[in-house]
Design a protein around this ligand. Structure first.
Ligand code: 5GP
Ligand code: ZN
Length: 106
């Protein structure tokens, strides 16, 4: 398993984990682009959003509900926040394990 985010989800590579369950893991981005910058990932490896199929509906729901719960926990709910998904090299994706960015606080 050479994928960095697979290693973080499995607990083999350290990260500031904020949430973990059967489906998803959330942790702070190592190079934050905003006062709050959290990554929410599926525990299972998917290259990106383009790899999603209809059967991933529960996983997709878990990614977004985890993001909104963490946004509330981080005090972002009142003023709002951004959720960003980069797909592919031209989409700005640099880690090829699906991840949702939660950005807020400015
Ligand atoms: P992308 O550009 O693929 O959408 O986002 C990848 C994100 O992963 C970047 O914001 C980058 O800072 C973050 N990242 C890369 N390596 C690590 C790491 O080892 N630990 C953590 N916590 N974040 C990382
Ligand atoms: Zn992976």
């Amino acid at each position: 398993m050479s994928c960095l985010f697979c290693q973080i989800a499995a607990g083999n590579t350290p990260a500031q984990i904020l949430y973990h369950d059967d489906l998803v893991t959330a942790f702070r981005d190592i190079h934050p682009q905003a006062p709050t910058h959290i990554l929410i990932i599926p525990n299972q490896h998917l290259d990106g959003v383009a790899a999603l199929a209809a059967g991933h509906a529960p996983l997709l729901a878990a990614l977004f509900t985890t993001a909104t719960h963490l946004a509330t926990q981080e005090g972002l709910a009142a003023n709002g926040y951004r959720l960003v998904l980069n797909q592919g090299r031209d989409g700005g994706q640099s880690v090829f394990h699906l991840h949702l960015h939660l950005l807020g606080g400015r």
